[in-house]
Design a protein around this ligand. Structure first.
Ligand code: PNS
Length: 158
């Protein structure tokens, strides 16, 4: 049984995240999407809203379950008994941050392995921060977000 954790802030979940999740489903038996509270990042959407959006976007994937977490990822990995961390890697600009986080996590727990997955090229520019920069101006985001969460985003912005 190969278990993996895909952690992130998912503020909000994008088509890029969903692409990574689909790829992970071909490689692992069970994937826990771990939505970080990450209060220090002052997310646009609260934890409950972010969890609800990830749950809605992934409901067609039986291998995926969604949890919220606060604190260290290594502690969650202990709790879930899962030592594989999935992260998406788009461009060189992601690399330094991801490498530092991967090494930091393995310095805390040596069994932890970080697996980097590339999204499809068409999603190379997609990020939650791009979405957040468009949303306040009512710009077009339907090509950046899973179709199933568009209504939720509208509702949460009211
Ligand atoms: O989507 P993000 O914001 O790039 O995700 C970052 C996340 C949630 C993976 C990262 O902030 C995290 O793992 N937070 C938990 C705290 C932790 O374990 N820190 C030590 C490793 S840097």
């Amino acid at each position: 049984m190969k278990k993996a954790i895909y952690p992130g802030t998912f503020d909000p979940v994008t088509v890029g995240h969903l692409d990574i999740m689909k790829r992970a489903c071909t490689m692992f038996d069970e994937i826990t999407i771990a939505v970080a509270k990450n209060a220090s990042k002052k997310p646009m959407f609260n934890l409950e809203q972010r969890i609800a959006m990830v749950k809605t976007a992934t409901k067609q994937f039986p291998k995926i379950n969604v949890v919220g977490f606060e604190g260290l990822l290594v502690d969650l990995s202990e709790k879930l008994n899962a030592n594989i961390i999935i992260r998406g890697l788009r461009a060189v600009s992601d690399f330094e941050y991801e490498l530092q986080m991967g090494y930091a996590n393995s310095s805390l727990k040596k069994e932890l392995e970080t697996v980097f997955l590339m999204p499809s090229l068409e999603y190379g520019f997609v990020s939650s921060s791009v979405v957040r920069s468009i949303l306040p101006f009512n710009g077009k985001v339907d090509h950046l977000l899973p179709a199933s969460i568009l209504k939720m985003i509208e509702e949460y912005q009211k």
